[in-house]
Design a protein around this ligand. Structure first.
Ligand SMILES: [Zn+2]
Ligand SMILES: [Zn+2]
Ligand SMILES: [Zn+2]
Length: 214
């Protein structure tokens, strides 16, 4: 048991629901008040109460397991989904190194993994959540504002050269096939360019850190 676990309860969360419209999984990367399905673009709202119940239940469940153990459950109700929890002190998801004990210095900014340099946001929970569950101190690597609400930024065109004639192509992310105005080739944009506009959403693992009940 690491030192941080003595006076804190922290656990890892992986959560996704099925989109009520298209049934595809939608990751819940934090206690978000709405998410947008990456497949059908339906806006899926969450009541604050929904999160308060999920996280209260999660805290209760994680108090009952040992460090390193977890639970996986099907969530049925407003939305159907899968929730997996594991009692761990915060660690780097990239290289699996535990956070240094000084990670609490990074509140409201990014903790940088001392081993691989990947950064993780360390947040104070949103006011409504902290009010409902006062023992929650921090959220790590969680989103509190949905990233999927951000539309591709088409205001800054990326310049790519046509592979056939080397002319500059104007690319704005609206389509992956771009017609070259000079040689009429149809250019299929490589991942490196396409991903500048369309970040692939991968499910984040996030951590909830609570005070142990006095
Ligand atoms: Zn959908
Ligand atoms: Zn790391
Ligand atoms: Zn061309």
């Amino acid at each position: 048991m690491s030192r941080g676990e003595i006076d804190r309860l922290s656990f890892r969360v992986e959560f996704s629901i099925k989109c009520p419209r298209c049934d595809r999984p939608v990751p819940l990367d934090g206690p978000l008040e709405s998410v947008v399905c990456g497949n059908c673009e339906t806006d899926i709202p969450f009541e604050q109460e929904y999160w308060v119940e999920r996280i209260t239940d999660a805290c209760r469940a994680m108090r009952e397991v040992n460090v390193g153990q977890g639970t996986a459950s099907m969530i049925l109700g407003t939305y159907n989904g899968n929730l997996s929890l594991a009692r761990f002190a915060p660690y780097c998801d990239e290289c699996k190194t535990d956070f240094d004990p000084s990670w609490t210095d990074s509140v409201d900014s990014q903790y940088k993994c001392s081993s691989c340099g990947v950064e993780y946001p360390v947040l104070i929970p949103p006011v409504w959540l902290k009010k409902a569950i006062p023992q929650i101190d921090y959220l790590i690597n969680a989103l509190t504002v949905s990233e999927s609400l951000q539309k591709p930024d088409t205001s800054k065109p990326v310049v790519v050269s046509c592979p056939s004639c080397a002319a500059a192509l104007d690319v704005d992310g609206s389509t992956r096939f771009v017609d070259c105005g000079y040689c009429n080739s149809q250019v299929y944009l490589p991942d490196s360019v396409w991903m500048k506009f369309h970040t692939v959403k991968r499910k984040r693992r996030w951590f909830v850190v609570c005070k142990e009940k006095p």
